[in-house]
Design a protein around this ligand. Structure first.
Ligand code: ADP
Ligand code: TRP
Length: 321
């Protein structure tokens, strides 16, 4: 079985990325026969226009995966642009992709509404994403809930191609966190770099603490019971505590008598404890300037070997070979 996923190099990684995708991807590494992960730099061109920032972000995402537990011996990690064959497959898939399928995608509408340029690339993004997944014959794709529709599109495209040209692609299954499918940001909306409401995994500790202490809460007086339904503090706390500990945190909020500052400090202590080992590893690995280059070079070589037979099969199926 092959597990496959990727993340765009378009800014600092945050807790939403970690709990929505990275943690699950790393957990699969222990269970899966093969884990293949990548940094989607072609995808990031839909939103990043600074070449130096893009290069830097590719390195940061790679280092972040290593710090979070990616084992480059066991798993494969590569940058999307190291396997440009993905574009040839994207074209073959484009030819069986109905416009209506892409017109129904929320992410294009959401991203243009947020101010991203309404480019052809942004519209065709799900086809390139399908090519990423299908090129590697992925069985399972761990992603956050916001990527669910893209996974459905990838399945639809694979099915259409298989129906038209014969069995060529594995139909991928999504693996989505059901407990907290969407990690809230400091303002209570979905945590996202485009909303500037993130808690960054590897930021400096002072800014992290400031962001946690700045989580938006209501104006319930200290003595009064605090609402717990839909609470951002509770949602974040539950990610780093057991069920029983979360129940106790909720009960305490509901009792009243303490201010939000106390609960934020408790949350901050939990988050710091949880991420201390990952942050230490990050600091240690960043001392080796060659590491990221080596991992990406080895990943590129292995990824091309995996991709070649699928592309050949797809070319043959459509009559181009
Ligand atoms: P952003 O919204 O900050 O731009 P990305 O779109 O780059 O994040 O997301 C990368 C991965 O992290 C995807 O699999 C996505 O589903 C997941 N993810 C991002 N934000 C969240 C969140 N708030 N909750 C759960 N998963 C998330
Ligand atoms: N679209 C994903 C995101 O924004 C990144 C991505 C591109 C991806 N290709 C993929 C994720 C293939 C999983 C599989 O986060």
């Amino acid at each position: 079985m092959r597990v496959f996923s990727g993340v765009q190099p378009s800014g600092a990684l945050h807790l939403g990325n970690y709990f929505g995708m990275i943690e699950r991807a790393i957990a699969w590494q222990a269970r899966a026969e093969e884990a293949v992960y990548f940094v989607a730099d072609y995808h990031a061109l839909t939103s990043v226009s600074d070449p130096a920032a893009l290069r830097q972000s590719v390195r940061e995402v790679t280092l972040a995966f290593l710090a979070c537990g990616l084992d480059p011996q066991k798993s494969l990690f590569f940058r999307q642009s190291a396997v440009p064959e993905v574009h040839e497959l994207a074209w073959l898939l484009s030819c069986v992709t109905p416009m209506g399928l892409l017109e129904r995608c929320h992410s294009y509408k959401d991203k243009t509404a947020r101010g991203l340029a309404a480019s052809h690339a942004l519209f065709a993004y799900p086809v390139l994403m399908a090519a990423d997944i299908l090129l590697y014959q992925a069985n399972v794709v761990p992603v956050g809930k916001d990527q669910k529709q893209h996974l459905e599109v990838a399945r639809d495209i694979a099915q259409k191609f298989n129906d038209q040209f014969g069995a060529t692609f594995t139909l991928p299954e999504p693996d989505i966190a059901e407990t907290v499918a969407v990690v809230p940001g400091t303002d209570g909306q979905k945590m996202s770099k485009s909303y500037k409401n993130t808690l960054d995994l590897f930021g400096d500790p002072k800014s992290f603490a400031k962001a946690v202490m700045g989580i938006k809460t209501d104006s319930t007086p200290v003595a009064d019971p605090k609402p717990t339904e839909g609470s951002t503090l509770v949602a974040l706390f539950s990610l780093v505590a057991s069920k029983e500990e979360t129940a106790a945190y909720v009960a305490d909020l509901a009792k009243g008598g303490r201010g939000y500052g106390d609960y934020k400090k408790e949350l901050l202590a939990r988050l710091d404890a949880r991420f201390a080992p990952i942050r230490e590893k990050h600091a240690e690995l960043s001392k080796d300037p060659q590491l990221v280059d080596d991992v990406l070079a080895d990943g590129a070589r292995r990824a091309r070997l995996l991709a070649a037979p699928t592309l050949e099969k797809a070319r043959r199926a459509v009559g181009i070979n």
